[in-house]
Design a protein around this ligand. Structure first.
Ligand code: HPA
Length: 237
């Protein structure tokens, strides 16, 4: 079984009929959608809940990934809205991520391996993103960029210009608030991951603007639709 995890507004599967389900996990209930494509099942999971009511730092990432695991998901494509820190991905562009840095500060429930019955295990993040799945995405859509390294902040506030200057100096390319926690847990669960990032703004203090400005809603909606269709094609649903 394959899955797509999406953020704000990525809540439907064009061309696929899907049914809402609630999955019970040891970490809480998860609402998701199971769709039937041409020849495969596909799970769609809106990470912030179906009404986008959960901010990034309060998302129940463990429940989300545990629900996918219960459904037998072995491959997932995650879609992330990001701010652009470097030129590798500019506002309005879509690309694949190569790696991530976790700057959330450690306050989230970010691991399944909490000791005791859950054991202590140090899962490798040498290859957080799956090379084969990334290659399939890049092959299917030649306009995709190499979006580079995602730095994950805790949010929900946006960054200061000084924080973004620091991230740029460190060589990070895009900034967001969800990827590191979600991908690390998916890897702990043995799920292969690829990530599509789409930039909706220049991060604070870059791009020659005084204030963070977002691209328009219609452009965001069409980027999301195109990414969802691409994911469905690549996951073979
Ligand atoms: N910062 C953090 N997360 C984001 C941004 C940003 O500028 N844009 C979209 N998600």
């Amino acid at each position: 079984m394959k899955a797509i995890i999406g953020g704000t507004g990525v809540d439907s599967l064009p061309g696929i009929t899907s049914e809402k389900s609630v999955i019970k996990t040891p970490y809480g209930d998860v609402e998701l959608f199971v769709g039937r494509g041409k020849d495969a099942f596909l799970v769609f999971l809106p990470r912030h809940g179906s009404l986008h009511s959960t901010p990034p730092h309060l998302i129940n990432y463990r429940a989300n990934i545990s629900a996918l695991q219960q459904l037998g998901v072995d491959e997932v494509i995650c879609i992330y809205a990001v701010g652009s820190v470097s030129d590798s991905l500019r506002p309005g562009e879509v690309g694949v991520l190569s790696d991530f840095v976790d700057f959330t500060g450690g306050g989230r429930q970010h691991t399944f391996f909490t000791g005791g019955e859950q054991k202590v295990q140090h899962v490798s993040m040498d290859k957080a993103f799956d090379a084969e799945l990334n290659a399939k995405l890049l092959q299917r859509d030649r306009s995709l960029k190499q979006a580079g390294v995602y730095v994950c902040t805790n949010g929900p506030r946006l960054e200061t210009p000084a924080e973004i200057r620091f991230f740029k100096t460190m060589g990070f390319d895009v900034v967001g608030m969800t990827c590191a926690t979600e991908v690390a847990l998916a890897r702990e669960a043995g799920i292969k991951v690829a990530a599509l990032a789409y930039s909706i703004n220049w991060a604070a203090g870059v791009g020659g603007k005084d204030e963070v400005a977002f691209i328009d809603d219609a452009t965001i909606a069409s980027l999301r639709d195109a990414m969802t269709i691409l994911c469905v094609e690549v996951l073979g649903a």
